[in-house]
Write a protein of this length. Structure first.
Length: 518
């Protein structure tokens, strides 16, 4: 409605002072300057008019003040235009003005604003979007939309903003809003890239499990609750290993059993690493009976498991257990071909957690043959003790060195020879003889020539002597250390074994072995 003027008074440009208020008027029309005042402004007298033309600009234009239309609609239109033109600063300011004057806007406007903020790559505006969602969640007239929240939490996770990401996840959990599982995987995948994100992701997973255990135990409203799956547990457990949080990992393992989530080969390998970090050898040994009978195609997927178990044997100084594990690595391969899979293939089995004497102890459900084709996880970590070659698992040189050192320290050289002989038989098709030669060469280089000689004797006693190069290497070592008596004994063994020396070898022996040595 336009302003109507009920009474006109023509004056020169001036300041007009009234009893009600003071104001400045400057209107120009051609050469005459006029001021139109309504009686509604209050009465005034001649003494109230103080004309000072010099304070006015003669170039002002006549304009009409209008209050046509609602400021509510004007602000909404301004907000929509700002969103269309991607002017987020102007949109945010307009939104705050509207909220301050009229309260929260309608559902469509808020959803569009949150969506627009979610698509930006700016961490500043993503944080604003999170703040807006938290405020909107307290409004009774606004209902959170799952698809809007899914876009926002995924954008926050991709931007490596774990704190607001966890806030949105907890809000959705509180409101019983379910995310698509593939979106939830992506969110966790991005969150666990950092140590802070891993801590928050693990806490969110614990909260999800608590909700599931609390409500589903009563068999009520389980359909509206999010149940964690194997992939979510694997992502968090793997991050606990990478960021050295074994105690948190142990807590996640227990929740995995309480929620009855199946552990696949990835889970078993990660659990093995957590048990190794916690020094829980007995817990790890429980899995061995379920993994050892697996066919050949599955063996390569459990290198990390055997690596962790062997490492714990060495840490506990249990050399006999380490040797037994090395001998058992490939013992069952031939007896469990892929064609002979048992009838309960991929049937879940249970492994107890903690003491087996507890009546109501926790048990984790495992399926060692369940390989995920679309898994985003890859086995990481350096393998120092176990390697895979020719469809078999082999001890590395480091593992053999630990084994030899352990037997030497305990004075069990005969047991060492038996273990090496057993390894030679098991690995006969993959360089078992070269393995023994490498062991003896390593002993010689370490100065353990007596141990190398004892191993040679044990190999001869078993009817499986080594080649001439090994004997010559030991003979040369005796010469360098001026151990002529031992060298002469070795020379007699070589003659007895039918190892023929060439002319240079005979000259070498004649110059360095005294004739009076029996």
């Amino acid at each position: 409605m336009a302003l109507k003027l009920t009474r006109k008074i023509v004056v020169n440009p001036c300041f007009i002072s009234s009893n009600a208020f003071r104001f400045l008027v400057g209107l120009s029309s051609n050469q005459d300057t006029r001021v139109f005042l309504s009686r509604g402004f209050g009465g005034f007298q001649g003494s109230d008019v103080l004309c000072k033309p010099r304070f006015f600009c003669p170039g002002t234009n006549l304009e009409r003040l209008s209050w046509e239309g609602s400021s509510n609609a004007i602000l909404l239109t301004k907000l929509e235009n700002a969103l269309k033109e991607l002017k987020l600063d102007e949109a945010w300011e307009t939104f705050n003005d509207f909220k301050r004057l009229y309260g929260f806007p309608n559902q469509l406007v808020v959803d569009r604003f949150i969506t627009q903020l979610s698509y930006t790559s700016s961490r500043h505006w993503l944080q604003k979007a999170c703040d807006l969602v938290m405020v909107a969640s307290k409004e009774k007239t606004y209902h959170l939309q799952p698809n809007i929240l899914a876009k926002l939490v995924l954008s926050l996770a991709r931007a490596q903003m774990p704190i607001p990401s966890s806030m949105i996840l907890r809000l959705m959990l509180k409101k019983k809003i379910q995310l698509p599982m593939n979106v939830l995987w992506s969110v966790f995948l991005h969150m666990v890239k950092t140590e802070v994100g891993t801590c928050l992701a693990s806490n969110v997973l614990i909260q999800i499990c608590d909700y599931h255990i609390r409500f589903c135990s009563k068999k009520s409203h389980c359909t509206n609750l999010l149940k964690p799956d194997t992939m979510m547990f694997n992502l968090v457990l793997d991050a606990c290993v990478r960021f050295a949080s074994p105690l948190k990992g142990q807590q996640i393992i227990e929740l995995m059993s309480q929620t009855e989530v199946v552990a696949d080969p990835h889970s078993i390998n990660i659990i093995a690493q957590i048990h190794e970090m916690n020094g829980q050898r007995d817990e790890l040994k429980k899995f061995k009976d379920h993994i050892a009978p697996l066919p050949v195609p599955f063996v390569s997927h459990y290198r990390h498991f055997y690596e962790c178990l062997l490492s714990l044997h060495f840490k506990f100084d249990d050399i006999d257990a380490a040797a037994e594990l090395l001998l058992d690595l490939n013992k069952s391969l031939e007896s469990h071909p892929m064609e002979g899979l048992r009838k309960d293939y991929q049937k879940p089995r249970f492994v107890s957690i903690g003491s087996q004497n507890l009546k109501n102890g926790l048990k984790i459900k495992i399926v060692p043959e369940l390989l995920q084709k679309d898994s985003v996880l890859k086995a990481e970590g350096k393998l120092d003790l176990i390697m895979f070659r020719d469809k078999k698992l082999f001890p590395t040189n480091r593992a053999l060195a630990k084994l030899i050192y352990g037997y030497k320290r305990h004075g069990k050289i005969n047991e060492l020879s038996k273990v090496l002989l057993g390894l030679k038989k098991v690995l006969s098709s993959s360089g078992g003889s070269s393995l023994l030669c490498d062991v003896i060469d390593a002993c010689i280089k370490l100065g353990w020539v007596e141990i190398a000689h004892d191993i040679l004797d044990d190999m001869e006693s078993s009817g499986d002597p080594l080649g001439s190069n090994t004997y010559m290497a030991l003979l040369t070592a005796y010469h360098k250390r001026n151990m002529y008596r031992e060298g002469n004994v070795l020379l007699k063994q070589m003659n007895k074994a039918g190892i023929v020396l060439n002319l240079s070898d005979e000259i070498f022996i004649s110059k360095n072995v005294p004739e009076n040595v029996d």
